[in-house]
Design a protein around this ligand. Structure first.
Ligand code: IPM
Ligand code: MG
Length: 360
């Protein structure tokens, strides 16, 4: 098969980790007889520097014409980088929000898994995680507080800021359907997370999720308040299969779930619209403090590339091969600094990419 991939290397460690993912993709293509064609676009700080905006319309058009998008990471240090002196709509993150909206990427899948090889890195007590955990945070990505009207103005002599949390029933229904579809391929449990004891948007969320659930009699549905969910994630992460939630709650809970797994550098993500098209990126950020030092962990980006093969290209065997290669390298004791433990061999970003590619 021939596939067109738009590549966004981005900022910080983005370029290094994307290079390693492409190395692994090329090896996979060679092995399985495919051809991947890559086109680079700029997004984030590098686009601000080159074009004055975090994402140009031409870049969006290039992404739209591809079969999928592979993203490294964008953004810089929010206290020191000059990008954060610009007005909010010109900052790096605005590019990310724009591409999500323009490509209609409403469903964000963030797996949080405890890798058996990396149990030592998990910050939770051993008795809590003795059976491991494997959950999928399904985050709504193009609605809610992130995309509602906002303004800062003076009201009655006081500087006042307003952000608006809006959801309509269609936006809730389509992410709920995706959530239940994914649960059907997993352990058939959905935990829908909201704040229905306070928010109208959450009460509508709960109502629509209940309606969608009627079409999935095999799936067990529970509702959980977001504060309780934050607590349950550290109390008993194994109880979760699919965690279905709105944009802002999903942002926060997915970082918590990632941290609990102890290996943020290993966690991939997919952002999908209602076709096969998707944008794939690691769950971690651009880590400007270690950029350019060959220290970054490329595994989350490599696994994101595997997700791209699985979800956008229907290449299950190929995705399996990449995941197996990652597992093999971990079994052999190779680690980047962020996931290292005693007795392991510490390698840099490039070497980790080489080792994984060699094992495809
Ligand atoms: C994420 C990030 C983004 C978000 C930021 C960079 C705008 O935290 O992808 O989780 O909040 O969506
Ligand atoms: Mg986040």
């Amino acid at each position: 098969m021939e596939k067109k991939i738009t590549v966004i290397r981005g900022d910080g460690i983005g370029p290094e980790i994307v290079t390693e993912a492409i190395k692994v993709l090329d090896k996979t293509a060679e092995k399985f007889g495919h051809k991947f064609e890559y086109t680079d676009i700029l997004m984030g700080g590098c686009s601000i520097d080159a074009c004055g905006v975090p994402l140009t319309d031409e870049a969006v058009a290039t992404a739209k014409a591809a079969d999928a998008v592979l993203l490294g990471a964008i953004g810089g240090n929010t206290s020191t980088s000059p990008w954060y002196k610009l007005e909010p709509k010109l900052r790096p993150e605005a590019g990310l929000l724009k591409i999500r909206k323009e490509l209609g990427l409403f469903a964000n899948l963030r797996p949080a898994v405890l890798y058996s090889q990396l149990k030592d890195a998990c910050p939770l007590r051993e008795d809590i995680v003795e059976n491991g955990f494997d959950m999928m945070i399904m985050r709504e990505l193009t609605g809610g507080l992130y995309f509602g009207d906002r303004k800062t103005e003076v009201r009655d002599g006081l500087e006042t800021a307003v952000d608006t949390l809006v959801y309509n029933e269609n936006e809730i229904r389509r992410i709920a359907i995706k959530g239940f579809d994914i649960a059907m391929k997993r352990r058939k449990k959905v935990t829908s997370v909201d704040k229905a004891n306070v928010l109208d948007s959450s009460r509508l969320w709960r109502k629509i999720v209940n309606e969608v659930a009627k079409d999935y009699p095999e799936v067990e549905l529970e509702h959980m308040l977001v504060d309780n969910c934050a607590m349950q994630l550290v109390r008993d992460p194994a109880q979760f299969d699919v965690v279905l939630t709105e944009n802002m709650f999903g942002d926060i809970l997915s970082d918590e779930a990632a941290m609990v797994s102890g290996s943020l550098g290993m966690l991939a993500s997919a952002s999908l619209n209602d076709t096969k098209f998707g944008l794939y990126e690691p769950s971690h950020g651009s880590a400007p403090d270690i950029a350019g030092q060959d220290k970054a962990n490329p595994i989350a980006t490599i696994i994101s590339a595997a997700m791209m093969l699985r979800y956008s290209f229907d290449m299950d065997k190929e995705a399996d091969a990449i995941e197996a290669a990652v597992s093999k390298v971990l079994d052999e004791g190779y680690r980047t600094g962020d996931i290292s433990s005693e007795g392991c061999t510490i390698v840099g970003c490039r070497k980790m990419g080489d080792l994984i590619a060699e094992r495809i």
